[in-house]
Design a protein around this ligand. Sequence first.
Ligand code: PLP
Length: 272
Amino acid sequence: MTHFPIQDFSKLSTPFYYYDIDCLLKTLQVIEDETKGRPNFHVHYAVKANANPRILQIIAQYGLGADCVSGGEILAASEAGFVGNKIVYAGVGKSDWEIRTALEKGIHSFNVESLPELDVINQIAGEMGKCAHVAFRINPNVDAHTHAKITTGLNENKFGIAMEDMVTAIRHAQELGNVKYTGLHFHIGSQILDLSVYVSLCNRINELQNILESEGIVTDNINVGGGLGIDYDNPDGNPIPDFKQYFELFEKHLQLRNGQQLHFELGRSVVA
Ligand SMILES: Cc1ncc(COP(=O)(O)O)c(C=O)c1O
């Protein structure tokens, strides 16, 4: 049970931010407890949810990876102690210096949103004598049953590559010399409280994996994004989301192939 010490706040000048580190530590402990028996599950903290350096340090110390959407976030995560190969980098408008920074830090993978972006990453990686690991963000056309403005996985949303273009995109990556296709990425929305939408996401990923298999394409990583919601109506009574149910759902419904690694990008559910 978390309580805000309102009596102490009256001594502070406004505005200020109040962070409940104890609540954060308890949340991180639950995430650790729920994933430690599942060595192929990897949680990346979505830095956009809160990039305060001390918060980042605490999360990094718990061994989580980071999900970044800018060069600045990659630098902040790195500074806070997140190791490069646990950083994933998404974003619809990656600039050249941001791509270079990601490559310098040796990130785990780029979540790529379009073929022109892939070509730019390939070119910059080539100039740096590196090979960039890339996952394609696929728009799965799954309704997250959340607010329209934070719904990101429907056909009409701007994000990701259409499912029917998935194989073409992967084949294109396989032809390029400085990128390596390593996985698929999805993110259907935020503040998701109806967990059944994740079952729909798993079913869609299973279908897509069947297509990839029939094409002889090997996929090392599946990244299901973030989105797990929190209880804004009763934050004191229910401060930590139901991670147990969340992770169990993926274990039950997602048909991972041998050796496949499953990645999550959780933001709000970790810190909000
Ligand atoms: C690609 C991607 N991954 C992860 C997240 C984190 O979402 P959440 O904070 O709802 O877990 C977002 C949020 O916008 C996102 O766009």
